[in-house]
Design a protein around this ligand. Structure first.
Ligand SMILES: [Zn+2]
Ligand SMILES: [Zn+2]
Length: 385
């Protein structure tokens, strides 16, 4: 209960009617020692601790051993916290790294810069909707169906809320890298992404105990989703594997690769003690009709995922045969195959399924519900749905 209340305060602020805000750590791995921030659209008021430094043109901010340094009229002032607060509903900043140098990035909403042990701690305090639009855009791919973008919004929102404590020691909720969800930028959103985020506002995916699901997804499951235990050694109730016929005629449904037979043989021998002497040509021949955790037979102890990693395969779902001194691999899908299959979801959207149907196809015994409403129920003791 305490966690839920804390999360509520963290994400919703004190007034639930306000837009949800999320704190995103920017350039979190770069240990920035100097940056420049300037208004791109609208205007910003700058505060050094509680003192207004006026409206923003451009501020150059340096990391100092005792705080955050700002140079105005040739004089450096040091503060604990520098805040950039937008003065218009739609305002955005340009952020450029000076030390180290980065290219210019654009962000919406507010900024907070504080002193970190190795560099500036740069936090974009951004509305949840603007953040999700940026994440969906960073995931790439324009021209998708609206319902597909809504599924992406649902997945990304579920992830962000579920992982909102991931960087609490750093002073923000999530980082901007693939460690959390890539969030590079703003302002090029197709209107469709914006619409998808707004039309699905607040909606998250929960399991039968009303716990937020872990929103796994991959590019293409190859026609059969993967048991989470094959990848991470843990089973997840809502991720039971199943047949997906929506993705089998798409771009990344199949792949082939040929590998030198000796490279294959040596790896099996050195890593797993599986040898040609003991097993003959069997070690090159495997007909894989269903996804399996192990190559050929569990008794050999060769995980498909290890082969995938070693030989940089698109997936861990493939058959093998020997041909002219090469091991020919014929595989299905792209990615780990657990959870939502992106190409299958795109096809479902094109066929007219709505985003809740798509989510419930890939995750079992789950519900799509409004997280804000669910919290309200829990806090007021009415119980959840
Ligand atoms: Zn992270
Ligand atoms: Zn699929």
């Amino acid at each position: 209960m305490l966690r839920i209340l804390m999360l509520s305060i963290l994400l919703l602020g004190v007034a639930p009617a306000q837009a949800q805000e999320i704190r995103v750590g920017i350039f979190h791995e770069l240990n920035m020692r100097g940056i420049s921030l300037s208004a791109n659209e609208g205007s910003y008021e700058v505060f050094g601790d509680t003192t207004s430094l006026g409206m923003l043109e451009t501020v150059n901010i340096q990391w100092k051993s005792n705080g955050v340094g700002v140079t105005t009229n040739g004089v450096v002032s040091v503060f604990d916290t520098l805040l950039l607060i937008k003065q218009n509903e739609t305002a955005s900043v340009k952020l450029k790294g000076i030390s180290p140098t980065t290219k210019q990035h654009f962000y919406e909403d507010n900024f907070e810069v504080t002193h970190g042990p190795k560099g500036l701690r740069i936090v974009n305090r951004v509305s949840m909707n603007n953040y999700l639009s940026g994440v969906i855009e960073s995931e790439g791919g324009g021209g998708r169906h609206l319902e597909y973008y809504k599924v992406q919004a649902l997945m990304s929102r579920t992830y962000a809320i579920k992982n909102s404590h991931r960087h609490s020691k750093d002073g923000y909720n999530v980082c901007d890298g693939t460690h959390c969800q890539a969030y590079h930028n703003k302002l090029r959103y197709t209107p469709k992404i914006r619409t998808a985020v707004e039309e699905s506002e607040g909606m998250v995916l929960v399991d039968q105990n009303n716990k937020l699901v872990t929103s796994y997804f991959s590019a293409n499951c190859g026609g059969q989703t993967c048991d989470a235990s094959y990848v991470w050694n843990t089973s997840v109730s809502y991720l039971e594997p199943f047949i997906d016929t929506f993705c089998i005629h798409t771009r990344q449904a199949t792949w082939t690769k040929s590998i030198d037979r000796y490279a294959w043989r040596n790896y099996l021998r050195d890593q797993f003690g599986v040898t040609e002497a003991k097993h003959g040509d069997l070690i090159y021949n495997f007909q894989c009709n269903d996804r399996t955790a192990f190559y050929i037979h569990p008794s050999l102890g060769v995980p498909m995922r290890d082969l995938r990693t070693k030989f940089r395969l698109k997936s861990a779902y493939f058959s093998t045969r020997l041909e002219n001194g090469k091991v020919i691999l014929e595989g299905h899908g792209f990615g780990h195959g657990v959870g939502l299959c992106q190409e299958g979801a795109m096809e479902m959207a094109n066929q007219g399924y709505d985003y809740t149907q798509i989510a419930r196809f890939y995750f079992h015994n789950v519900k799509v519900l409004d997280w804000r409403r669910n919290q309200f129920f829990q806090q007021t003791g009415f119980g959840s749905e």
